[in-house]
Ligand binder design. Structure first.
Ligand SMILES: Cc1cc2nc3c(=O)[nH]c(=O)nc-3n(C[C@H](O)[C@H](O)[C@H](O)COP(=O)(O)OP(=O)(O)OC[C@H]3O[C@@H](n4cnc5c(N)ncnc54)[C@H](O)[C@@H]3O)c2cc1C
Length: 309
């Protein structure tokens, strides 16, 4: 891992830096590059605009590691309200949630039951709920949450991270469930015994695991592969494999983050692929934003430019 990436990921957990950033107008300006606004309304407006251009969306409210069950209940109620707004506006939008936002840190059963309520409501609207994957200390519990929900619902999907050494085994164990899997490279600071230190290994694992998912989807008609990446060469390689396996272009969705590679998002849509843009909103943007900087340390220049603007 590069020194810049390590420093930015360390900074993402620093409370003093977080307080400083939140008070600075330039930091809020810089964040706008990756999110349309802190309020849900901004996300809804952006989703409507993207929908007009043929792009679907995924909503996620920022925030992680809550302290009380009451806060987690409020997040559940928030997402139930969001689903209502999505239905009322007829938007092609699904939601993606972090297990720790729904109480995974203090109560696994409570987390499952809160997610269950959200997935149930989404199912009534014909919509899917995605479960984000957080740092490696949460993988076992998150897989447990997913298995319990998958036992009751078809409309729940899980994110898996290709930088983790364990993910190939996790994916193989999940395949009999015919899961919807959003494959990402992974965004957290992880020790080398958990995650590949060399990005080339993460990229190679992405191709291998993506191929496994695609072949499974083509053979069994069960797994729903989603490519959650901005890495165009990997997307192209896996789309070729999907075509060779006989999958329709829309069977293997591409998900990218708001504000990143927007021209590519539109190009893929024009070529007939299903594309969704993940829109984050909310006030707890600091940790999430620092992870975006860590993914591409050159982004720090945009922050510096915002200081003088
Ligand atoms: C839809 C979606 C959901 C995600 N969910 C999770 C999750 O639940 N858990 C998790 O750990 N991670 C998640 N991530 C983040 C993911 O793990 C990576 O950190 C992130 O996507 C960057 O890796 P990449 O695949 O784009 O590849 P990279 O090789 O890092 O990037 C490929 C190219 O994309 C562009 N790019 C990538 N990131 C940025 C950026 N921040 N700013 C500007 N350009 C950039 C650059 O041009 C870069 O060369 C998610 C990502 C997406 C797209």
């Amino acid at each position: 891992m590069s020194i810049a990436r390590s420093l930015l990921l360390w900074g993402s957990r620093n409370r003093w830096l977080e307080r400083q950033a939140r008070q600075r107008a330039f930091a809020r300006r810089a964040v706008r590059r990756f999110m349309p606004g802190e309020e849900l309304d901004a996300a809804l407006t952006a989703a409507a605009d993207l929908a007009q251009r043929g792009l679907g969306t995924v909503f996620t409210q920022l925030g992680e590691n809550l302290a009380h069950a009451g806060e987690a209940d409020a997040v559940r109620d928030h997402y139930l309200g969001v689903l209502g707004q999505i239905a009322a506006r007829n938007l092609p939008t699904v939601i993606s949630v972090k297990p720790t936002q729904l109480g995974l840190d203090f109560d696994l059963a409570g987390c499952v039951s809160r997610m269950d309520a959200v997935v149930e409501q989404a199912g009534r609207q014909g919509s899917r709920v995605w479960i984000d994957m957080e740092d490696s200390s949460y993988v076992d519990a998150t897989l447990d949450v997913f298995r319990r929900l998958r036992g009751r619902h078809d409309n729940v999907g899980l994110c898996l991270q290709t930088y983790l050494r364990r993910t190939a085994a996790d994916l193989n164990a999940l395949l009999p469930l015919k899961p919807a899997i959003r494959l990402v490279k992974g965004a957290y600071a992880e020790p080398p015994h958990h995650a590949f230190p060399d990005k080339r290994d993460t990229d190679a694992a992405y191709l291998t695991l993506g191929t496994t998912l695609i072949e499974h989807a083509a053979r069994q008609g069960g797994a729903a592969p989603v490519l959650g990446t901005h890495d165009v060469s990997i997307i192209r390689a896996l789309q070729e494999r999907a075509a060779a396996a006989g999958l329709d272009r829309r069977a293997c969705e591409v998900h990218m983050l708001y504000g990143i590679r927007t021209a590519e998002q539109e190009r893929l849509h024009r070529e007939g692929y299903a594309v969704r843009v993940l829109i984050s909103y909310g006030r707890a943007w600091f940790r999430w934003y620092m992870r975006r900087l860590a993914e591409r340390p050159a982004n720090v220049w945009f922050v510096l430019r915002s200081v003088v603007r």
